[in-house]
Design a protein around this ligand. Structure first.
Ligand SMILES: C[S@@+](CC[C@H](N)C(=O)[O-])C[C@H]1O[C@@H](n2cnc3c(N)ncnc32)[C@H](O)[C@@H]1O
Length: 304
């Protein structure tokens, strides 16, 4: 979903530390819901590559459970797609998923802690180079975002494409007035997530601030033909079970990690939304929907 929809668990010393293993099911559900968008995105990325260029190797950096890695393997029949992540349990999921989809031969996984894991090029266990490098909602988990983009651009082969999904719009899933508490809850949830996000970034090792002008950052990473496009996920009410389960987990995490800045009334509203037995709860209410926009920023490494 949006980059702000991944608030993790209370864990360790900082309330913004994220336990990615615990997030596995949620990340895979999110990917499943986004499948139409991911497939469209793969097609658009193909259109941005030189038609003469052969795509032999694709890296999905910060892949999570590998939903997009598998979409790439399906969309680029001659390519090996490699899921790269710092969380072994997520890479196991990526492999299981690839096997289940009959893509086992063309999906590989590599465990790497970023950004260091990108540095070593082809030799000595580095990640090697690629014709297409994709990274969705991972760069914002690294302290030095410009440094991360520079490293991602550095593994591109000549004529290769870097595509980074960041920004977009916060997702919407409830009407303004939901009949419980004060109207406008979603805007206040966005504000509290924004606060959580800011603390999360400040606590990252080597945290640096940068104007998040992604096209300018891609240009500074040495890429050309820089641009962006956005895709909409529009699941109207009434929602199916996967979407409801996704929203329930999303609200649970929000209640646990990012509700400090909400008032008592809003926290009570969240409790009603989370109650599995309540007709007004997110698992049962008829008006819940899912609307989100993902923005993808792209740049090309010149062929010369
Ligand atoms: C929000 S999830 C995004 C997953 C997937 N790309 C998507 O868009 O759904 C962020 C991913 O980045 C990985 N990650 C976060 N920090 C990392 C780091 N320093 N090194 C390697 N992987 C990292 C996490 O394990 C997680 O799978």
């Amino acid at each position: 979903m949006s980059p702000h929809s991944d608030s993790g668990h209370e864990h360790g010393h900082h309330h913004t530390d994220i336990d990615w293993e615990v997030m596995a099911g949620q990340l895979e559900n999110s990917g499943e819901l986004q499948l139409p968008v991911l497939r469209r995105t793969a097609d658009r990325l193909r259109g941005l590559l030189d038609p003469e260029k052969e795509v032999r190797r694709i890296l999905d950096i910060g892949s999570g459970p590998g939903v997009m890695t598998c979409v790439f393997a399906e969309a680029f029949a001659d390519a090996e797609a490699v899921a790269v992540d710092g969380t072994p349990g997520l890479l196991d999921r990526a492999l299981t998923r690839a096997e289940r989809l009959g893509l086992g031969g063309r999906v590989a996984v590599r465990h790497a802690e970023l950004p260091g894991g990108l540095d070593s090029g082809d030799e000595h266990g580095g990640l090697g180079t690629a014709d297409l490098v994709w990274s969705s909602r991972a760069v914002h988990h690294l302290g030095d975002q410009q440094g991360a983009l520079n490293a991602l651009a550095g593994v591109l082969r000549p004529g290769g494409l870097l595509a980074v999904a960041e920004g977009g719009l916060p997702m919407r899933f409830l009407p303004r007035d939901i009949g419980i508490g004060r109207p406008g809850l979603q805007a206040r949830l966005d504000a509290s997530l924004e606060h959580w996000f800011e603390v999360m970034r400040a606590e990252l090792p080597g945290s640096t601030t940068v104007v998040e002008d992604w096209p300018a950052m891609l240009s500074r990473a040495g890429l050309t033909d820089v641009g962006s496009f956005a895709s909409l996920l529009d699941l109207p009410a009434p929602l199916g079970e996967t979407a409801r389960a996704f929203l329930h987990t999303h609200l649970t995490r929000l209640r646990e990690t990012a509700s400090e800045s909400l008032d008592v009334e809003d926290r009570n509203t969240l409790d009603v939304l989370l109650d599995p037995g309540a007709p007004e709860g997110i698992l049962r209410r008829p008006d819940a929907f899912l609307l989100s926009a993902t923005t993808v920023f792209t740049g090309v490494r010149s062929a010369r």
